[in-house]
Write a protein that binds this ligand. Structure first.
Ligand code: ADP
Ligand code: MG
Length: 678
């Protein structure tokens, strides 16, 4: 067996299980070894069944006494039961609709199980018990838990990994100098310890090395991308179109100083024979869209096409309308391509993009589908870039040769971090808001006071204004007791908002319906809009003056700041009301930051102190950065080291040309096949 052996030949796997493992992105032994645990259970802390509290998640050592027959319940569920004992004390393990679960247990055998405790009078039950391990296995006290699916059990997964580890030696792949300099453990030890750590110290050593390796590879990639861009000086040289003066004259407002400065920076980039790669940062409402429109217009007037990509359909549509409006005098062909475009129109648009009759195309990620082709794409703008990762960025830029790329974000990225995350980009910043903006009155209220808050919202509606209400969930979740869009919508319709038009939107809703509702809200027909965070970015309805956020403690500060930015866009005084559990000191303190400050940069820095960067930038969820083990904030010190070593390597004589660099990278990278296992 070697690292590239097919997973189906691993002992105990077989073709059926191999299929399930394939679904987790595991095809060969190497993939298996690089499928890192999500967490660890310290099983040295075992409990006596008598000490367990209701709803507690516990690890229990026990023996199987008997397996009862399945029972069909009235609600159509099937109940399976096992009687366990721990010493003289008996308790039950129960499963609903998982009749297969009991099959892993043998009568009279001893197990270590984990599950949630339920107590009714004297009877103790563990719900959905899972085997942590058969106690006959060797005595590791720290057990890895993996993000698994398709009925692969954690116990089984640990077992095949431990079998593989017994039969394989992993060769070192980091330069010797680096290993010695930082006293890293070997790759062989690191992989062993990450899966079945003999002690916490060894686990930490393994993590330190593997994180370094991950961040080292990541830094190398960014640096190489940057080098590649700089060395390919055959970008398109756009002239300054004379029509820019006309456009400037008919804009509905004067650009702010900061906007003009940024437009200039972009136009200068466009003139150069190097492709542009620029990140445009500007707080919510600072007016980034118009910058994109002006510079795309310049590209179009040079005879090229421009494309703009937005993270949500709602936002794409809004941009589309604004672009059409601002450029209406110039008879350009401007189109939108998104999930709700009919198949027939899609076909037409694709044809027209290919033949070059479309000047500007706006869209969602439908734009990066492989079969969208352009005649002569000159510039790409991606809005709210923090939602797209490095690989998406690359895929989009492959649509044309040396096209200019502008990425825009309202999530301010602290400089140190942007260097590492977007090290291949130049940065422009809009650091002022258009004149006349009023400060948004921000406050927090206890959830118990929500009727008062909705009363205030109703007053505003009666004055002709509109209201956003944001909830963390789409549907009710009994367990978490959080507000949901569906529930709140029903409640408001019955109660306080009985006589007014209320709408509801969420991400998974059919696009057509979503568009209809947003259109009605924009037109002022819908007065109150209940939604998830789909409206978080970019949506612009100046008549909306109240933003109510339910369970505000569930959101990150940067995200709340974004949401708040949906109001205060017109002439009327605006309000942001955060409904939360304010009895909690920490919650009050965090929300207090928003009340105190309106500066996105400050807020993001504060947020960074309490939350990981992955959450802040939405990288973690999308797995886009490819970082599995590391968190760019928590591990910033390792990131710094990794970055400096990567720089040294790139600049050294040993890595003189691109081929050599690529070879080095390939050797060091812990392959990429494990990155996509969504
Ligand atoms: P963001 O940077 O958050 O994307 P937008 O581009 O959506 O901001 O702009 C927010 C609002 O400000 C829009 O209604 C836009 O028309 C308006 N706006 C942009 N620039 C100016 C300006 N210089 N003066 C006045 N209003 C402006
Ligand atoms: Mg925007």
């Amino acid at each position: 067996m070697d690292t590239y052996s097919d997973i189906k030949y691993v002992k105990g796997v077989g073709p059926k299980m191999a299929e399930s493992l394939n679904k987790c992105g595991i095809f060969n032994v190497l993939d298996l070894l690089l499928y890192f645990p999500r967490d660890y259970e310290n099983i040295s802390v075992r409990k006596s069944i008598l000490e367990c509290a209701k709803a507690e998640k516990v690890i229990i050592e026990c023996t199987v006494l008997s397996v009862l027959g399945d029972i069909r319940l009235k609600n159509n569920k099937t109940l399976s039961t096992i009687i366990f004992c721990q010493g003289d004390n008996e308790f039950k393990g129960k499963w609903f609709n998982q009749t297969y679960a009991k099959n892993s247990f043998k009568i009279s055998s001893k197990y270590l199980i984990t599950g949630k405790v339920d107590k009714f009078k004297e009877e103790i039950t563990i719900m959905n018990p899972k085997i942590v391990k058969n106690t006959s296995m060797d005595e590791n006290e720290i057990i890895a838990t993996y993000p698994l699916k398709n009925n692969i059990t954690n116990n089984f997964f640990n077992k095949i990994i431990s079998d593989v580890l017994c039969n394989i030696i992993i060769t070192e792949n980091l330069p010797k100098g680096i290993i010695e300099k930082y006293s890293f453990c070997s790759l062989n030890d690191a992989i062993r310890s990450i899966h079945s750590p003999k002690s916490l110290e060894l686990l930490n050593e393994a993590k330190r090395r593997l994180k370094f390796q991950e961040l080292f590879t990541y830094s190398l990639k960014i640096l190489m991308l940057k080098e590649f861009i700089k060395s390919h000086n055959n970008g398109i040289q756009f002239k300054m179109a004379k029509e820019l003066t006309t456009l400037k004259a008919i804009l509905p407002y004067n650009l702010t100083k900061a906007q003009s400065k940024v437009v200039r920076e972009i136009l200068i980039d466009q003139k150069k024979d190097i492709g542009m790669n620029r990140l445009l940062q500007g707080d919510v409402g600072s007016g980034k869209t118009i910058v994109a429109i002006i510079t795309m217009f310049n590209v179009v007037k040079n005879g090229y096409q421009a494309a703009m990509m937005a993270p949500t359909e709602i936002l794409a549509k809004q941009h589309y309308e604004e672009i059409k409006n601002i450029l209406k005098e110039f008879s350009l062909n401007i189109q939108i391509l998104s999930g709700s475009t009919t198949a027939k129109n899609k076909q037409l648009i694709k044809q027209d993009l290919k033949s070059g009759t479309i000047d500007i195309i706006v869209g969602t990620h439908a734009l990066i589908e492989d079969n969208v082709e352009f005649q002569n794409l000159g510039m790409i703008v991606t809005d709210e870039q923090h939602r797209f990762g490095v690989s998406q960025r690359n895929r989009f830029s492959n649509k044309g040769k040396n096209i200019d790329i502008l990425v825009m974000t309202a999530t301010p990225i602290p400089r140190t971090l942007s260097l590492y995350l977007y090290g291949d980009l130049d940065v422009s910043i809009i650091d002022e808001l258009p004149p006349g903006r009023q400060k948004i009155d921000t406050s927090y209220e206890s959830m118990d006071n929500s009727s008062k808050v909705y009363g205030f919202a109703l007053e505003q509606i009666n004055k002709g204004r509109q209201v956003y209400i944001v909830c963390p969930l789409v549907e009710e979740n009994e367990e978490m007791k959080l507000s949901s869009v569906a529930m709140l919508y029903e409640k408001l319709k019955k109660d306080q908002f009985k006589y007014i038009e209320v709408g509801m939107v969420y991400g998974k809703m059919p696009s057509k319906l979503k568009n209809e509702i947003m259109d009605k809200f924009k037109a002022g027909e819908i007065k109150a809009l209940v939604s998830t965070t789909v409206i978080e970015v970019g949506v612009n309805v100046p008549n909306a003056t109240v933003m109510i956020i339910e369970n505000a403690e569930r959101f990150g500060l940067a995200q709340l700041h974004q949401l708040r930015g949906r109001v205060g866009r017109g002439e009327h005084k605006s309000y942001c009301i955060l409904l939360a559990n304010i009895k909690n000191n920490i919650v009050r303190k965090r929300l207090g930051i928003l009340i105190k400050s309106n500066d996105g940069f400050f807020i993001a820095e504060e947020d960074l102190k309490t939350r990981g960067a992955g959450e802040l930038f939405g990288i973690r969820q999308h797995g886009e950065s490819g970082l599995i083990l590391s968190d760019v904030i928590d591990d910033i010190s390792i990131l710094k080291l990794a970055n400096s070593e990567a720089k040294r390597l790139i600049q050294s004589d040993d890595a003189c040309d691109v081929m050599v660099k690529n070879e080095i990278l390939q050797k060091i990278e812990l392959t990429s096949s494990y990155i996509c296992f969504n």
